[in-house]
Design a binder for this molecule. Structure first.
Ligand SMILES: [Zn+2]
Length: 570
């Protein structure tokens, strides 16, 4: 029995004993009757005694509810198996072969029949060909699932990293929105969805500017941009994380699994592998498994884009060709194997199938919704200004996690307020700033700054942050420059000193902080030949070092995504 059923039964008991009294009034009545129960010791007239006795009965009734609830909660906690979440997603991208439309429909329907919601990330051109071919049946089958986005033309050159390779931060965001925004709008229009559940890049054509542009192109379920894919450019302990303000499932490593659809010998090991992952996650209190496929895998011998666009080739549309196909029998057997695999996963205790649009509810960022208390800010300032810290890092306090960009935003707002003699209104909600758009200047030539000069610099930074929603690349102190890390450490020590000595005994000067390492950079991949060049569509040895430099700067925004308090531990 779960808590909700217990509550229903208890409320039935109460409403049966007092049928005309609505249950929802009990909580206020309980407070009143508890007060009357105390007074029952005093001399009372008969009428008061009668009323008090009646109220006491009510109080006892409610106590029974509370006891039952407590019992049920304990019971539920003892029985609850840690939740093993499975996100099943399909990159729905082959716009060349009409057989891919049938495979997509068949997949949607077999999952719908099993009560499973999956996430289908559609390429813009795929949605358009479904419309042009009049495949309302496929569109209707897809609409039973989550609809995400997977670029406008996927592998037609230039692919996203190719056109972003030499861009900076802001022009890169604008270029991604320009090239991919129309496709996202087409997918929304054709599939009749108000927003797309997530985005994930074609192949390894990843870039942080794409993530920062998602809200702009309408990929933000519940107002939160989501990213679901697999790759190694950025990742955090093989769990969901926040990066550039985007809730991200990426680089899931040992928590990603799949089964070869066309090898009969692959079924048993694949089942064992997913069971082993579930078992490991269960022992850790629960977690997320990511499984991905492409509908075209059921019908092709070779990927649809490899035969056309490999290693930078870019034939015109008239010359696009369909890759070698599997026989209908091979496709049927692959569907049977996949059904067996899915049924095996369904039977694993504690499994819950989730979709991309559920991610914001399952991993809420309470620093955005509830904000930081004064105690949190005091603690953050203490940790930042610790002399022996190895560098700046994201910080966890209870169920709140603060990225370095979050810390910068909070301290800018709070220190600006105190230095200009305004009241800080706690809790302070963060708005998820993006990181700096370029590397910082060298160490500041100044080491100490007059207090009033520092006040003016903080005021300038507060305005920059509010207007641009970014951590500044450099902070101006008059004509001198400091790095945002140095400035963050200085703000933390000003906040802490102000707490210790709020009156007039403060120093006249503020010491700038040290150049500190941005420790979450360790979660950003090194630029190696295989990082982008490993995808067969990119040119051999294609490199994008500037993309990875910008990715490292966005480490300011990186932090773990914490599951909602009531759900599984991760
Ligand atoms: Zn793809």
């Amino acid at each position: 029995m779960n808590v909700r059923e217990c509550l229903w039964l208890s409320s039935q008991r109460i409403s049966q004993s007092h049928p005309r009294r609505p249950v929802y009034r009990l909580s206020t009545r309980f407070a009143k009757s508890a007060f009357l129960a105390k007074r029952i010791q005093m001399p009372l007239n008969k009428r008061t005694l009668l009323i008090s006795t009646w109220r006491l009965t009510q109080a006892l009734g409610l106590s029974a509810v509370l006891l039952t609830l407590a019992f049920c909660s304990l019971n539920a906690a003892a029985n609850r198996s840690p939740e093993i979440r499975v996100i099943l997603w399909f990159d729905t991208e082959d716009y060349l072969s009409p057989r891919d439309d049938d495979a997509t429909k068949r997949l949607c329907e077999m999952l719908t029949d099993r009560g499973i919601h999956a996430t289908f990330k559609l390429v813009g051109e795929k949605a358009r060909v479904l419309e042009r071919r009049g495949r309302r049946d496929v569109i209707a089958a897809l609409k039973k699932h989550d609809i995400g986005y997977h670029a406008d033309f996927h592998s037609v050159h230039p692919a996203p990293t190719e056109y972003l390779a030499d861009c900076g931060w802001l022009d890169g965001i604008a270029e991604f929105a320009r090239r991919e925004g129309d496709g996202a709008a087409d997918v929304r229009r054709i599939l009749e969805v108000p927003t797309l559940a997530c985005y994930g890049q074609p192949g390894s054509s990843w870039a942080p500017q794409a993530m920062a542009a998602l809200k702009q192109i309408g990929v933000a379920p519940s107002g939160i941009p989501c990213y679901v894919d697999e790759g190694s450019h950025v990742g955090l302990e093989e769990k969901p994380f926040w990066y550039t303000g985007v809730l991200t499932v990426y680089h899931m490593g040992a928590n990603t699994t799949r089964m070869d659809l066309h090898d009969p010998a692959a079924v048993a090991p694949a089942k064992k592998k997913v069971s082993d992952i579930a078992e490991r996650l269960r022992s850790q209190g629960g977690g997320l498994i990511s499984i991905f496929y492409h509908p075209c895998e059921w019908i092709h011998r070779e990927f649809w884009d490899g035969v056309n666009f490999a290693r930078g080739r870019n034939p015109p549309r008239e010359e696009w060709k369909v890759p070698p196909q599997r026989t209908p029998e091979e496709t049927d057997v692959a569907f049977e194997r996949f059904a067996e695999y899915v049924d095996h996963i369904r039977a694993i205790p504690g499994v819950r199938w989730i979709t991309a649009s559920e991610l914001p509810g399952l991993y809420p960022d309470v620093t955005r919704t509830q904000g930081a208390t004064k105690e949190d800010l005091d603690e953050l300032a203490r940790r930042i200004s610790k002399k022996d810290a190895a560098g700046l890092d994201y910080q966890r306090i209870g169920d709140r996690v603060y990225s370095i960009a979050d810390q910068f935003e909070l301290l800018t707002v709070a220190v600006n307020a105190t230095m200009t003699r305004q009241k800080v209104l706690f809790p302070l909600k963060i708005s998820a700033l993006q990181g700096p758009d370029a590397p910082p200047p060298g160490s500041a030539t100044l080491s100490n700054v007059a207090r009033l000069v520092f006040r003016d610099a903080v005021h300038d930074v507060e305005e920059f942050v509010r207007v641009t929603q970014r951590v500044p690349t450099r902070v101006f102190i008059g004509s001198e420059q400091a790095s945002p890390a140095e400035f963050l450490i200085a703000m933390a020590s000003v906040w802490s000193a102000n707490e210790r000595q709020p009156a007039d005994g403060r120093k006249d000067e503020v010491a700038l902080g040290r150049q500190a390492r941005i420790l979450p950079e360790r979660w950003i991949a090194q630029d190696t030949p295989g990082l982008f060049g490993g995808w067969v569509i990119h040119k051999e040895n294609f490199r994008a070092p500037k993309v990875m430099e910008l990715a490292r700067l966005q480490a300011w925004t990186l932090k773990p995504a914490t599951p909602a308090r009531s759900s599984t531990q991760e």
